[in-house]
Design a protein around this ligand. Structure first.
Ligand code: PMP
Length: 342
């Protein structure tokens, strides 16, 4: 266990958080004349700032206490907040393993924190030798690990993440946006062992709620307290909280969809293996597949002309194309088009 206080920026430690009307009175009965709301309408009231009803449902689902849960406006908000909490602008550093999710770099730049890029090995795994020298740097406050990784699709080896957690006196954010599609379990089971671990997840991918912008962070009660201190008062809207509550009621439907996406992925991998221009299909624990093709720029252009939009990742992985798993019809169309243009 590490001393979390020593990682929190001094100004955040001293911050007096905004006290909203709903912080000062949290009952539901009465005439509410305290938040300068409009008395008319259906969306006229501010949302619950701590999303208690939603947290209770998520706590049940994940087997956690509600005070180990933070809910953000997408998990992108979690990434930004974690920088704000621990990285002193212009002084502190963060580290990540590349290629990875581009928002880590953007969040680092917004917060004026240097981001150290450590290349993943040829299997897109962490090479502990390359990260070891950085672990003792007192300015390094945050390590971001994406697992399953975007854009490569693979899970990071769990033992290596545990090694980093055990040997680093800073925060480790494990971004599990795609974990519901993976064969292995989430790292939330390690939260009681490592108080420097923050696991982020999202309702945007497996739950099909990207438009609702709801992401989560799971961490120690103390760490969640820092998130709550720094977040905007009403960061998740009432309709968005409700969208997730509705989805949670349809858990069966959601798991059927995840299973269908996993099966479609296997079929797509088989079919892609027969296309001449596809040179390599990387293993995927996510809802997308990374391919190495003959000529990514050319393929991207031809597919776009046919109104099939994939992600050209050529700038980060030579001739890399990332394909999200669509509906069976969309996937068939993709394969037919690729077969014709090959
Ligand atoms: N993490 C990863 C790895 C992602 O790929 C994404 C979205 N593309 C996010 C986080 C952000 O997801 P959201 O803000 O929708 O929760």
């Amino acid at each position: 266990m590490i001393d979390l206080n020593s990682i929190i920026r001094p100004n955040i430690r001293q911050l007096k958080p905004y006290s909203s009307a709903r912080d000062e009175f949290s009952g539901t009965e009465g005439i509410f004349l305290d938040a300068n709301e409009n008395p008319f309408g259906t969306l006229n009231r501010y949302p619950d700032p701590y999303q208690q009803e939603l947290k209770a449902q998520i706590a049940d689902l994940k087997g956690l206490n509600t005070d180990s849960i933070f809910i953000g406006n997408g998990s992108d908000e979690v990434i930004d907040l974690v920088f704000r909490i621990c990285c002193e602008p212009g002084k502190d550093k963060a580290l990540t393993f590349t290629p990875t999710y581009g928002m880590y770099e953007v969040a680092a730049n917004i917060n004026n924190a240097e981001l150290i890029h450590i290349p993943l090995d040829d299997q897109f795994q962490i090479d502990l030798k390359t990260v070891q020298p950085y672990l003792s740097d007192p300015k390094l406050k945050l390590i971001l690990i994406c697992s399953p990784n975007n854009p490569t699709g693979n899970l990071m080896e769990r033992e290596k993440i545990e090694y980093i957690l055990a040997n680093f006196e800073g925060l480790v954010l494990v971004d599990e946006a795609y974990v519901d599609f993976a064969d292995e379990e989430s790292l939330i089971g390690l939260l009681s062992k490592y108080n420097n671990l923050i696991v982020s997840q999202t309702f945007s991918k497996a739950w099909g709620l990207a438009a609702a912008r709801v992401g989560t962070a799971y961490a120690s009660q103390e760490m969640i307290g820092w998130f709550n201190k720094v977040k905007p008062p009403y960061n998740v809207s009432t309709p968005n909280q409700q969208a997730v509550l509705n989805a949670l009621k349809n858990y069966k439907e959601y798991s059927k969809q995840v299973e269908m996406i996993r099966q479609e992925k296997e079929q797509l991998i088989n079919a892609l293996g027969k296309i001449a221009s596809v040179k390599r299909i990387y293993p995927s624990d996510a809802n997308f597949i990374l391919l190495e093709v003959d000529d990514a720029n050319a393929l991207y252009a031809v597919l776009s002309e046919q109104k099939i939009i994939v992600r050209n990742r050529n700038t980060v992985i030579p001739n890399g194309i990332r394909i999200s798993i669509g509906t069976p019809e969309e996937n068939n169309l993709l394969i037919n088009t690729l077969t014709q243009i090959a």
